[in-house]
Design a binder for this molecule. Structure first.
Ligand SMILES: NC(=O)C1=CN([C@@H]2O[C@H](COP(=O)(O)OP(=O)(O)OC[C@H]3O[C@@H](n4cnc5c(N)ncnc54)[C@H](O)[C@@H]3O)[C@@H](O)[C@H]2O)C=CC1
Ligand SMILES: O=C([O-])CC(=O)C(=O)O
Length: 274
């Protein structure tokens, strides 16, 4: 039977996922979509012919009819949908995994996943190396895990940390470290920029122990994520120089493709890679 998918949040990532469903890259049906902006919903619907257009939900609860809900909206959406979805037996794929830096929310969502038929998924997103770091974590001997993210200043605009600390990104004329702290603190400070740090932390040493640096670099055109994980099976270092999405410079194109690959892999009988 074809898996029925619902999408919460119809922006940059959702548009790519919808296209992959429409062209058959993901062999599932997109049945219902939700966004606080109806015009965003219409853009997704327009990718399908009249007979296969997803229904526009007017309330997040309308998504619970699907087999799997993709959250591609933001951290508040995770609060709104994840626990309810899992408790209702839906699978849930979260892009805004940074929301789970909050321990109370995390435990609630994890408990719902453990005690229901719904399964919780998060793609690797815009980083590389989660496969090997997840395997190395099994040794119980990972000593340190860190992420250094470098973005063009425009990709950091509007982040609560930037606003609260009156950081004028337009004044930055050389690579400048604007944040250093744990993945827990980074997720609250840069909710739309650093979900990757929390994904990394959840497969390794946890959000409080994972170290994050964020650098604004006016000469950088890419979203660059450098990971270093030491101990266990050896030392792992990865760097991804991501092309930003044309419609949202905060979001790397790889994040959308990673979600598509995760959804595709749920439907295949051959699964290579950790
Ligand atoms: N895990 C990863 O590697 C990455 C995760 N992300 C996460 O994915 C999210 C989506 O990314 P994009 O598609 O680029 O963002 P976007 O800004 O292009 O689209 C988000 C859409 O969700 C809607 N939305 C947001 N909050 C909502 C709410 N509470 N209720 C209803 N609608 C809501 C917005 O109206 C917008 O249409 C980001 O906010 C970020 O949290 C983004 C990049 C990488
Ligand atoms: O897309 C990226 O480069 C990373 C990102 O925004 C996030 O993790 O929220």
């Amino acid at each position: 039977m074809t898996r029925s998918i619902a999408i919460f949040g119809c922006g940059t990532i959702a548009t790519e996922i919808a296209r992959a469903i429409a062209d058959g890259t993901i062999s599932a049906g997109l049945d219902v979509v939700y966004d606080r902006h109806p015009e965003q919903i219409a853009e997704i619907q327009d990718q399908f012919d009249d007979r296969s257009q997803p229904v526009a939900a007017t309330d997040p609860d309308d998504l619970l009819e699907a087999d799997l809900i993709v959250e591609a909206a933001g951290q508040t959406a995770v609060e709104e949908i994840a626990t309810d979805a899992l408790e209702a037996g839906c699978d849930c794929l979260l892009l805004s995994i940074g929301a789970l830096a909050d321990e109370t929310l995390r435990e609630g969502v994890f408990d719902a996943a453990r005690t229901s038929e719904g399964r919780l998924y998060a793609p690797s997103g815009a980083i590389a190396g989660l496969d090997s770091i997840k395997a190395a974590a099994l040794t119980g001997e990972l000593e340190s895990v860190s992420l250094t993210t470098t973005k063009p200043p425009a990709g950091l605009e509007g982040a609560p940390y930037v606003v609260d600390n009156d950081i004028d990104l337009s004044e930055i004329d050389e690579p400048t470290m604007i944040f250093e702290g744990s993945a827990t603190d980074a997720a609250a400070a840069f909710p739309s920029n650093i979900n990757v740090a929390v994904a990394l932390s959840l497969v390794s040493i946890g959000p409080d122990e994972t170290a994050v640096k964020i650098i604004a670099d006016p000469d950088e055109e890419n979203n660059v994520h450098r990971i270093s994980a030491d101990g266990g099976s050896g030392d792992i270092e990865t760097t991804v120089r991501n092309v930003p999405s044309p419609t949202n410079p905060k979001t790397s194109y790889l994040a959308a493709v990673s979600a598509i690959e995760k959804l595709r892999s749920l439907e295949t009988s051959i699964d290579i890679g950790t």
